[in-house]
Ligand binder design. Structure first.
Ligand SMILES: Nc1ncnc2c1ncn2[C@@H]1O[C@H](COP(=O)(O)OP(=O)(O)OP(=O)(O)O)[C@@H](O)[C@H]1O
Length: 309
């Protein structure tokens, strides 16, 4: 749904994108990750037809952003990291204004605005002055605005930035709902844990170069075949460590001060499922099995060197 092909870009004499190629398949929630200054916003601005690449090309739904920007805008919804709202109008007035700007006629306008307000849970706030809304509510208003013309592709630059935990969870639920409606979604963030819960695949950018791309699981395995889980057992028997050590592909077992067992193994989700089967067959009463360190966090630290440009 989005293709970036051999894109390079310079600001003055500084090269910020270097032969960048990546693609976002239809129906994905795609995480675009990289340290500050990596070039995420620059790439996103190209996808959103706001900046032309110096070299290479960007296609959205097969349409070239330089050759047919107006066509791209019809299929694309974009929410920048910071966007202004008109403070002295209400939620419904704000959305009606943008619906009109999209050329949605008077008849369909009310229906469209009600539908996006319902989807984003803004119905109860329809007469609220935008000025009095919290950051989380404003983000939802930004998403509602982005949905007015029913785009296939949604691009959100740092959507969870500055949100409290509840607003983040609500944002995540909304994004998952949008995916279930068939949208393709690209999210950029530095908040890795959040993306790993939600994204089906990711691209990691550093200094304008793609460092890794694909599914979180596949990238993780290519970079480092060893994985670790924390296992909690109810009333562990004396030989619990020996039982765990006999599990499939297990490399080491350590007991954490908090009572959990850190099990390092080599393999995939399949191996982990076998390890759980092993524990159950050995009558261990499992309470929890969880990744030791967030997988995406590990991948990110592994591939980025922390270099800024
Ligand atoms: N309009 C501009 N003129 C000159 N330099 C720019 C411009 N926009 C971005 N840059 C520079 O290009 C580089 C990439 O910036 P970009 O905003 O794309 O990175 P980013 O990955 O989105 O970072 P962040 O996570 O901090 O938003 C940075 O060094 C930035 O300072």
């Amino acid at each position: 749904m989005i293709r970036v092909e051999h894109v390079s870009h310079w600001f003055g004499s500084m090269q910020v994108l270097r032969d960048l190629s990546m693609h976002v398949p239809a129906g994905e929630i795609f995480g675009f990750i990289g340290p500050n200054g990596a070039g995420k916003t620059t790439t996103i601005r190209m996808m959103a037809t706001l900046l032309e690449p110096d070299d290479g090309r960007v296609l959205v739904d097969g349409i070239d952003v330089v050759e047919a920007p107006a066509e791209v805008r019809k299929v694309l919804g974009f929410m920048p990291d910071a966007f202004g709202v008109y403070d002295r109008i209400t939620v419904v007035e704000y959305l009606e204004f943008f619906a009109a700007a999209h050329g949605i006629g008077l008849g369909a306008r009310e229906r469209t605005v009600s539908a996006v307000m319902e989807l984003t849970d803004l119905g109860p706030l329809r007469d609220r002055l935008v000025q009095t809304m919290s950051k989380g509510m404003r983000q939802r208003l930004g998403i509602a605005r982005m949905l007015l013309h029913d785009p296939k592709v949604l691009i959100l630059d740092e959507p969870a930035n500055g949100l409290d935990p509840r607003a983040r969870i609500e944002m995540r639920e909304l994004i998952e709902e949008l995916r279930s409606l068939g949208k393709t979604i690209l999210l950029s963030s530095h908040i890795l844990t959040e993306l790993s819960d939600m994204c089906t695949s990711v691209a990691i950018l550093e200094k304008g170069r793609l460092l890794a791309g694909g599914s979180v699981d596949a990238i993780g395995r290519t970079l480092k075949p060893e994985r670790a889980v924390k296992i909690r057992v109810l009333a562990p028997p004396a030989d619990v460590e020996a039982i765990l050590a006999r599990g499939p592909e297990v490399l080491s077992v350590e007991r954490d001060p908090d009572g959990a067992y850190k099990v390092q193994y080599r393999g995939s989700d399949e191996t982990l499922a076998d390890l759980v089967d092993h524990c159950v067959s050995q009558k261990l009463r499992l309470l929890r099995v969880e990744p030791d360190q967030n997988d995406l966090e590990r991948i990110f630290l592994e591939v980025t060197k922390g270099e800024l440009q």
